[in-house]
Design a protein around this ligand. Sequence first.
Ligand SMILES: NC(=O)c1ccc[n+]([C@@H]2O[C@H](COP(=O)([O-])OP(=O)(O)OC[C@H]3O[C@@H](n4cnc5c(N)ncnc54)[C@H](O)[C@@H]3O)[C@@H](O)[C@H]2O)c1
Ligand SMILES: NC(=O)c1ccc[n+]([C@@H]2O[C@H](COP(=O)([O-])OP(=O)(O)OC[C@H]3O[C@@H](n4cnc5c(N)ncnc54)[C@H](O)[C@@H]3O)[C@@H](O)[C@H]2O)c1
Lengths: 205, 205
Amino acid sequence: KSPENAAIRLSFYLRCLRKMKKEKSISSERLAQFMGTSGVRVRKDLSYFGQFGTRGKGYMIGELQEQISKILGLDRVWTIALVGVGKLGTALMGYPGFRKSGFHIKVGFDVKPSKIGRKIASVPVYHPYRMPTIIRAQKIRMGMITVPAEAAQESADLLIISGIRAILNFSPAVVVAPSYVKLTQVDFTTQLEIMTYFIINRTKE
Amino acid sequence: KSPENAAIRLSFYLRCLRKMKKEKSISSERLAQFMGTSGVRVRKDLSYFGQFGTRGKGYMIGELQEQISKILGLDRVWTIALVGVGKLGTALMGYPGFRKSGFHIKVGFDVKPSKIGRKIASVPVYHPYRMPTIIRAQKIRMGMITVPAEAAQESADLLIISGIRAILNFSPAVVVAPSYVKLTQVDFTTQLEIMTYFIINRTKE
Ligand SMILES: NC(=O)c1ccc[n+]([C@@H]2O[C@H](COP(=O)([O-])OP(=O)(O)OC[C@H]3O[C@@H](n4cnc5c(N)ncnc54)[C@H](O)[C@@H]3O)[C@@H](O)[C@H]2O)c1
Ligand SMILES: NC(=O)c1ccc[n+]([C@@H]2O[C@H](COP(=O)([O-])OP(=O)(O)OC[C@H]3O[C@@H](n4cnc5c(N)ncnc54)[C@H](O)[C@@H]3O)[C@@H](O)[C@H]2O)c1
């Protein structure tokens, strides 16, 4: 199993490659420059997943994009089940950026009677007790949790018994999941800390 | 000026240190284990910012936490101005996690008459034309943009002339800012791509 860190870097390489509209090919050194890392690191990351590019000639941008997309599983559409159709959940359901990248929030779950049986941001909303039936029938593998902290663990448990294998948790509660489930906590604090670091150091220039 | 990547790693070291409730001290090797990196990398990162720990004895956890917090500027409260008090903006204003980390959304701006002059999630909301007066008077340095894509650049420009020096942009629009402003784009696609990578590789086990 390759290290997750390499997959995170692949996702960044892909972002850089998508921005290159004019060039046909790129060297590992040049790709490394965009990322603030080294050519050796880029070659090591890519060689872990297979043989790309020709020695001395670099990589063909179109081809490398396709290969990385395949490794990350982006050559298909992924459906998502979202639990907690409140302010944050509704904003995520209405966000066009996910669909553009091949991620489609297909179904929502909420306990409030006023939301159940309606469509919000053109997504149908059901009561959580229907999760196993609906998520299994639609073969959904990814989940987002946007419920209050006290309902987060129960929502995760329901998603997991319904077949969900990767969850993005937006609630502040610490949620536990078995090792065969990938649980990622959304936390903007790291971004905010980089911002404060920048502000303090800027004034020193 | 130290590299931003080192600051990002410091933020992660801090997160690891906060979780250690029992130990008094820690070696760079052990801290590196949590991060999936090497002891050399940890020592290099920390030595960039000053002399910490004693050779051969590692670092005192309490002391190291304090020193990293100071480097990142977390030894004070930071106020934030948010533009676009819609679904996402309101969810961010009501999120207790920011305050816990010393980040306080103090003021909101929106063009909708029904929101101006009210308090939403106990934060006062004004019209954007009042940004220069209010942001300068309250010496706010950080901003969040949660307006629709077509209003993002204009909101960034207004924040910057009001003295904001670091902005977290949630809108999908590409926003440009002068080099003395730190502009970070929020994009969950990387998290989603790691989730799909995990799902595909898990099934191979
Ligand atoms: N990570 C972040 O930066 C961040 C930012 C904002 C909000 N949040 C968090 O996201 C969550 C949602 O915030 P919000 O502002 O949208 O809150 P909200 O109250 O507007 O929405 C919560 C929704 O969850 C529903 N709900 C409650 N219990 C449920 C259950 N057992 N099953 C299904 N649905 C249930 C409610 O009916 C409501 O519609 C909160 O936990 C909040 O702390 C995180
Ligand atoms: N990065 C992500 O993952 C993500 C997720 C969800 C939403 N979004 C983005 O966040 C933004 C907000 O989404 P939302 O669902 O909250 O939308 P929304 O329509 O609920 O809120 C937008 C708010 O901005 C206000 N507004 C419009 N023009 C303005 C201006 N010139 N100055 C000040 N306020 C103005 C509106 O009155 C409204 O209150 C959108 O750009 C959306 O694409 C990003």
